[in-house]
Design a protein around this ligand. Sequence first.
Ligand code: HMG
Ligand code: MG
Length: 301
Amino acid sequence: MTLPKQVEIIEVGPRDGLQNEPNILSTQLRVELIERLAKAGIQKIEAGSFVSPKWVPQMAGTDLVLDKLNASSVKQQSGAKYAALTPNLKGLEGAIKHGADEVAIFSAASESFTQKNINCSIEESLQRFDTIMAQAKKVNMPVRGYVSTVIGCPYEGDIAPKKVAQVASYLYEMGCYEISLGDTIGVGTPLKFKNMLNEVMKKVPCHKLAVHCHNTYGQALTNIYASLELGINKIDSSVAGLGGCPYAKGASGNIATEDVLFMLNGMDITTNINLDEVINIGHWICKALNRENQSKVGAAY
Ligand code: HMG
Ligand code: MG
């Protein structure tokens, strides 16, 4: 077993986090959050989503957020890249127009979750993504692919690893540069996670995979560690453990970025991110949202 020497953190708090917060942040605060994270050294940040504001009102104004981010010097100084979720062509057009550095498309390994989340079947979602990918390729827009409910689904229960591998490999073959495997409701445990990853890795190379662990049952760090043991070196996380998924009832936020950094630092795995600063950002954003900080490390400082 060789653990990776370096890990890339993909900060999803400004999207996955804020999309599920009852208090809607102003555009200005969303920009400030993203820029503070960039200044702390995080190189890849999901800045928002181009989805229906009727479905996810918290993400309305992502166009303005991106405009402000792109007009500021922080982007160049930090070198950070800003991503946006795009479920359809309309979303992609918005992301291109407002200067997203990359987009993410999202499907799932569960039919019921896909229906609730994006109002179509898995098959239909993949067809939509073919259209998005064709357009994205024309403008050299990198596309990341998500597979949700990789361990369990709030409507269907356990999910077969083979189903996850099938959706992940479709996204990879169509041209996604990276596939993020989402344990949307946090029901994964380390051996289940390894089984799932071993199945997916038969179809998608390990260095093209990221893990995206919601921390509903406090299992996210152990699942991340199990993933590191298999060679995964890309981890999605959310400052202060913000958020959840509006279409997965009971799902808590992603694992807190602070807690992942603490674990990686303790294993001498490099991220080039300033943990103290991320802790400060976590406290500040929780105050702005009037919510509890889910980071164990943040709480202890
Ligand atoms: P629909 O109702 O089937 O679509 O929704 P539609 O084409 O009939 O459009 C309905 C309305 O939405 C129309 O407006 C469209 O213009 C508008 P109206 O005429 O009623 O005023 N619309 C849009 N507006 C802005 N941007 C767009 C867009 N598209 C249509 N791109 C749709 C289909 C996909 C739009 C809808 O289901 C939706 O927006 N879903 C949002 C899902 C979402 O954001 N979920 C959370 C993110 S996924 C997640 O959190 C999981 C993840 O973190 C990984 C994990 O944890 O596992 C990634
Ligand atoms: Mg998520």
